[in-house]
Each structure stands twice: as C-alpha cells, then as structure tokens.
Design a protein around this ligand. Sequence first.
Ligand code: ATP
Length: 354
Amino acid sequence: MAKKLKRIGILTSGGDAPGMNASIRAITRKALNSGLEVVAIYEGYKGLIEDNTKLYQIRDVSNIINHGGTILFTARCPEFKTEEGMEKAMATCEKHHIDGIVTIGGDGTFRGALDLSRHGIHCIGLPGTIDNDITSTDYTIGYDTAMNTAIQMVDRLRDTCESHFRCNVVEIMGNNSGYIALNVGLATGSSQIVVNEMPLDESRMFDEIKTGKERKKRHYIIMVAEGVKGYAEDLAKRIPEITGIDTRFTRLGHVVRGGSPTLRDRVIASQMGVEAVNLLIQGKSNMVVCMHGEEITSMDIEYALTLDQMYKGNLKPGALSKYSISTVEEMKDFCTRKRENFASLYNLALDISQ
Ligand code: ATP
C-alpha cells in the first residue's frame, strides 16, 4: 500500500523561468487544501543541503502569480551530486519530515529528483525552463513568456532596420535547442532561421538577401539560436561583405528570461502544479509532469531522461538495456515525431520568408 504523505517540499532549480511562481502557488494551495503541509526549500538543492527552508501557509504564495523569476530563488549546486551532499539533503528531509518533493527545473533538476527518489523521497518533476529543451514534454514553463518578450524586441529591431535599410542578426537564448529561435523567427517574419536541428544553406541565404534587395526589401532579420555557437556575430560581419547590406548584431540574452508570465505560462504552470500534487497524493513518485498536445500527462523520470538523451544523440552506454524492444521502438517513434514536427514548422517558416 502507498505510503500516506503528510508534508511535501517545493524547490526551483537550474535556470529560472517566468511561471515558476504560478507553479509554486498552485502546488502550495492544492497541497494545503488537500490536508498536506508544505515546506518551501530556497535556492534549489543548495537549500535542501543547507536547510534553508520555511513552512508555508496559504498567504505565503499571495500575489506571486503575476511575477517573473522564482520566489524560492534558484541555484546550481554541484555538491548535491556527491554522496556527502545527498546525506545532508536527506538529513534536512528527515528533520522536517518531508516525504515528497516537487522539483521545478530542467533535466539536471530531474536527475537530482531521481537521486532523491532512490533515497525514498517521493519526487515529482515539473518542466521549468524558457528553452523548451526537455524532450519528454511539448511545453516547458516559461517558454511562452520568453518568446513573447523576444518578439516585442525583434519587432523594434525591424522598425529600425526598415528605416535604415539594414539587416540585424539576432542571437537568441534557448541553450542548445532551436525552439525559441524557430518560433520567434517565424513570428517576426525573419528572413532566415539558423538552428542546430536543421541544415543551413548559406549560399541560398545570401542569394535571398540579394534578391530581397533587388525587390526593394529594406529590413532583414536573421534569427540564430544561441546553440549555434559563435555563428551569429561572425555572420553579422560577413553579410555586408557579401550582400552590401549594412548589418548589426543583437544578442537577446537573459532579458528574455524575466518579466511577468503570459496567460499561457500561468495557466499551464498552475495545471502542472496541481497535477504534481495529485500524483503525490496518489502515492506516485519518480515522475515528471509533461504536456502532450494540450493534455497534461506524466512520465517516469528515468524514461524521460533516456528519451532526452536519445533525442539529443547522447545516449549513455547501456542506457537502453533495461527497456524492452517495443519500448525502445516507442521511444524512437517519439523522437522521430518530435524531429518531424520541428522540421515541418522550420520548412513552413522558410517557405514564407520571402
Ligand atoms: P536548466 O535547463 O535551466 O539549465 P537544469 O535543471 O537542467 O535547468 P542544472 O544546472 O543542470 O539545471 O541542474 C540543476 C541542479 O540539479 C544542479 O545544480 C544539481 O544540484 C542538480 N543536478 C544536476 N545534475 C544532477 C545529477 N546528475 N545528479 C544529481 N543532481 C543533479
């Protein structure tokens, strides 16, 4: 029979993302309304190691749904990966009688949750990162806000490009993933989108800029994912040499990480938060909450992390050995569908870029 939970912890870890506060609010309220107690853990796994915690009441999460960042703060904590770090983290859990934890963050955060689960703490992971780079889910908390912030900024760049007859090469956040670049590139009518996921035909790109010039096009935005390391700034130097068009370089970095979350981020973060508590109440552990299409679902953490390695082409030796042939096929199909969906949107964007 599943162990009955009494007290759960919440932490945010890895990079912050708008909407994390909406999750914290939803988890706290749903847990308290379900008769559970809630311990806020500050600064991710570091706070768990250092016992930087507070027992939360309903009002502790008042007036946060509209705020960016995370009221629990976040930190990277290499010590948590060590045995000594884990011992200290477990001591904090024992001291405060924490028997379940909702961890909000990226794949590193999920690996930490997996370790905690192995030590008997019921863990549920929520995908929180602007990058949308977690393979197991179509959507991560913060993704929509970051893209909406970015399109406002790129629209401004377009205005000035049009006035001056210029090109702007924009490097945009997203870690190694091209999702933000792809969607923001499409939504801002970029002439070209450069991402690691798709091959780039440079000569076609330069020819299209030249053709645009002949047709009196006055503004050009080239959207480059930050994962294509070192490319954007260099491209901004080469475009004037090759096409004769005055070109500037802009880096959209941490500024797209902040700000008030959009409606979509607030709603999905709330739904995911409630789902996490429901899973804990059902006695589930070692799961990540995901979104597939418009549906909130969940998946085993280890399965999700293996899927992630498969999609990103960095499967560890033996990573598939515990899965049956049909499960491995299912994973491969999942990755293929994901790649196809990405490619289809990329080709659509390119098709209408001229
Ligand atoms: P983002 O996508 O924003 O970078 P992330 O969760 O992937 O988020 P990481 O810095 O990789 O960010 O991980 C956050 C924290 O999770 C780490 O600082 C560490 O405390 C813990 N963590 C990461 N990897 C592991 C691991 N292999 N085992 C245990 N804990 C880990």
